[in-house]
Design a protein around this ligand. Structure first.
Ligand SMILES: C[S@@+](CC[C@H](N)C(=O)[O-])C[C@H]1O[C@@H](n2cnc3c(N)ncnc32)[C@H](O)[C@@H]1O
Length: 370
């Protein structure tokens, strides 16, 4: 039976001793951002000295104290991640005035400075561009030189690998890797170093809009792409700062297992409900990917003629022989599983159709598509 498990754990991820060393294949996460006001209280609860540093308007001290708390999580991640596993961290730098001093606090650089000595290899990062057209976005002295500041309109997705490339040696490992491939045209988009999303895209709606603002949630596509780029089906994906559960949702939708850790118990029922009710949307996401591919192939054929290869699962043309075995598993059912392996855990079980050629959306039957 094709199934995955998703553990939602209410804990402090500075201590991950309940997770076995080397048992996680991929980490996708976004921590609370140091020196962004909405996270001051969260950090102050981790170390009360942070509150004093802010009250004394000592920005660099507060910044460093906040990062010292995050450092404890990065060390734990290094231990639980398998050799060759990838860690993807969504983080933005912060700009802030404390007293009369306006400064940039370089969160991305500070996190890398901790991860490199942990023997992670830094890979090219992605800039997530979040443009705003509002004329009020500019800071500082307006049209008078030289006291105006450039607006931050991007965040980073830092990407690092633990040690050497992950090997795929056995026949089973090679088969699963091929079945987990993505489309050529998706590769061209996903592996660009600049990502931008249309506001209100269909998949963002998988998490409630107001909750996203309150929680600093990233859009569904962000972990979804990263999971499909850097893991294979049935891998274990960890998010130590789970928030509203977006990473677990993306893992479930991609036929990967997941562990999500969140310190704020208030999110627990929201995440569980989100995962247990995502079947229809996750399945439409799969059929939309397939539909997008057929639209792409139609355009490709008009310009360049018939592609050379036919995908074995769906019978449609693909551009490269690496896409021959590509197939997505639609979800058959999602339910709460009551066999808890850790304290404070909700465990969710997703069962998929064994045959990836089953497409669960009447809008996009194989006949319509191809
Ligand atoms: C930027 S948010 C993550 C948002 C998430 N990516 C989403 O899509 O909803 C950071 C989360 O980390 C949680 N957090 C902060 N410190 C933590 C800790 N020590 N252990 C576990 N979770 C923590 C916060 O409560 C918050 O929900």
């Amino acid at each position: 039976m094709v199934e995955t498990y998703h553990r939602i754990i209410h804990r402090d991820s500075r201590d991950l001793s309940f997770i076995e060393s080397g048992s996680v294949d991929l980490i996708v996460t976004s921590p609370p951002y140091p020196m962004i006001e909405m996270w001051d209280e969260t950090f102050a609860e981790l170390n009360p000295a942070i509150k004093h540093a802010i009250a004394e308007e000592d920005g660099y001290k507060a910044f460093e104290l906040m990062h010292l708390e995050l450092d404890k999580v990065w060390s734990e991640l290094c231990r639980v991640l398998r050799s060759g596993g990838i860690v993807c961290i969504n983080i933005g730098d912060a700009t802030r005035s404390l007293g009369k001093r306006f400064r940039l606090y370089p969160n991305g650089a500070r996190i890398l400075s901790k991860l490199v000595p942990l023997k992670f290899d830094v890979l090219p990062k992605i800039l997530w561009r979040k443009s705003t057209n509002s004329p009020t976005k500019f800071m500082g002295s307006g049209m008078l030189p030289a006291g105006a500041y450039v607006t931050l309109e991007h965040e980073y997705i830092l990407i690092l690998r633990k040690g050497e490339k992950r090997p795929f040696l056995s026949d089973t490992e090679k088969r699963i890797r091929h079945e987990s491939s993505y489309f050529w045209e998706e590769r061209n988009k996903w592996f660009s170093d600049m990502w931008e999303w249309d506001v209100g895209s269909a998949y963002q709606k998988m998490t409630q809009e107001n909750l996203r603002d309150r929680s600093g949630a990233f859009p569904f596509e962000l972990p979804y792409r990263l999971i499909n780029m850097y893991s294979v089906k049935w891998d274990c994906v960890l998010d130590p700062f789970l928030g509203t559960g977006t990473t677990s949702l993306a893992a479930l939708s991609s036929c990967r297992n997941s562990i999500g850790i969140e310190i704020d118990e208030g999110f627990s029922s929201i995440i569980t409900e989100l995962l247990c009710s995502c079947l229809e949307q996750a399945n439409s996401f799969i059929s939309e990917r397939l539909a997008q591919h057929t639209r792409f192939i139609e355009q490709y054929e008009l310009k360049k003629g018939k592609p050379k290869y036919i995908n074995k699962t769906y019978g449609f043309p693909v551009i490269t022989n690496q896409e021959l075995k590509l197939g997505f598993h639609s979800i058959r059912s999602i339910e709460l599983d009551d066999s808890h392996d850790f304290n404070n855990t909700n465990k969710i079980r997703a069962v998929y159709y064994d045959d990836p050629s089953v497409i669960c959306n009447p809008q996009y039957t194989q006949k319509d598509l191809f």
